[in-house]
Ligand binder design. Sequence first.
Ligand SMILES: [Zn+2]
Length: 74
Amino acid sequence: MEDFEELVSSLTPREDNEAIKSYQNTTAVACPACEQPFDDMVVCKQAFTSLNLDFEMDLCTAIHDDNVVLFTHK
Ligand SMILES: [Zn+2]
């Protein structure tokens, strides 16, 4: 994914643990996949990760440096 660092610099870091790193999109940045503003971006750090989602939501995905990146849309 191009411009990943630029994207990250526009987001607010939230969670950082051994499995994931998440950022909140507080400034309505457009999702690189669907071009609609997303709610959160989640970078999966491990080869296999299970996510427990609190809400039903649409997901867009990307790959950056061999990590799966999820964009959530509520
Ligand atoms: Zn999207």
